[in-house]
Design a protein. Structure first.
Length: 288
């Protein structure tokens, strides 16, 4: 089989339906299968899949297992030589995936490939990052990136100098469209399930590059992504998950003293998340 597409779903039934429609509408001339791993959605997602997309291989979890764990569940059953992780809030635009899969398979040293991600209004959604450093993650953890004085300090991490019109080797690509190979997974392992959410694809790209493989961005395929790169609503629970993920990344890939610095500042990070969320709610009420 040429391709296994894996979608992890949680409470986005309508967007998931659009995603599945786009897959079956645009993918042609390659042998593929689609997995949906549902993390205990209560919005009718399961019924919609069973009634409207019976060809989908459905894995229904009884609890929200997290993104990495859910992907690994499907990876254990996937039969494709290539594996595409696709967010449920994405849509394929055309049939260019067929060519991309063929080209991807011709490069043995390509471990991951990401495409050009667009907002629904056709504007560019920045999707390339460099690997995290302690400085940029501290700025984010302490919310200093909201201050104009510090914003430019993140330009390197956010790859503000990246040319999205050209194909290029990069550090990491966004997990909304994440093409890899079964052979790569057999070589470096699947996703680290200790990442509940965030940084699992960063960790995967890091392990791929450590193994001498390449992460590639190409504008030859474009998709729509309805989501956003940042938190839609910052609260202490999401902040706690983010803090845990970034700390685990640093524990795994960086000197332990850097992990210790992030761990030390975590209480401040949680406190600031509560304050900022409260401030946003107060200002939202003033608008009505």
């Amino acid at each position: 089989m040429d391709l296994s597409i894996i979608i992890v779903n949680w409470h986005v039934r309508d967007l998931l339906k659009k995603c599945l429609i786009s897959i079956y509408q645009h993918i042609q001339n390659i042998n593929f299968e689609v997995f949906v791993v549902d993390n205990a959605s209560l919005d009718g997602s399961l019924k919609m899949i069973q009634q409207e997309f019976p060809q989908v291989r459905l894995i229904a979890n009884q609890r929200n297992t997290g993104f990495a764990y859910a992907n690994n569940q499907a990876l254990e059953q996937a039969r494709g030589q290539n594996i595409l992780l696709l967010n449920p809030d994405t849509e394929l635009i055309d049939n260019s995936l067929e060519k991309i899969v063929r080209v991807f398979g011709q490069h043995n040293d390509w471990a991951v490939l990401g495409g050009k991600i667009l907002n629904p209004d056709h504007s560019l959604q920045e999707s390339i990052r460099r690997f995290p450093s302690l400085k940029d993650q501290l700025l984010i953890q302490l919310k200093l990136h909201h201050l104009s004085f510090f914003k430019k300090s993140l330009n390197l991490y956010l790859a503000k100098d990246f040319d999205y019109a050209k194909e290029s080797a990069v550090d990491q690509v966004m997990g909304a469209f994440f093409l890899t190979k079964k052979s790569v997974i057999e070589k470096i392992g699947g996703f680290d399930a200790r990442y509940y959410l965030w940084f699992e694809e960063v960790d995967f790209c890091q392990r791929a590059k450590d193994a001498g493989l390449k992460v590639i961005y190409t504008p030859a395929i474009k998709i729509y992504h309805h989501g956003a790169a940042s938190f839609k609503q910052l609260d202490w629970r999401k902040q706690l998950i983010w803090d845990h993920s970034v700390q685990h990344y640093f524990w795994t890939h960086q000197p332990k003293w850097q992990w210790l610095v992030l761990w030390f500042f975590q209480p401040i990070s949680l406190f600031l998340a509560v304050i900022i969320n409260y401030w946003k709610k107060i200002n939202a009420k003033k608008l009505f």
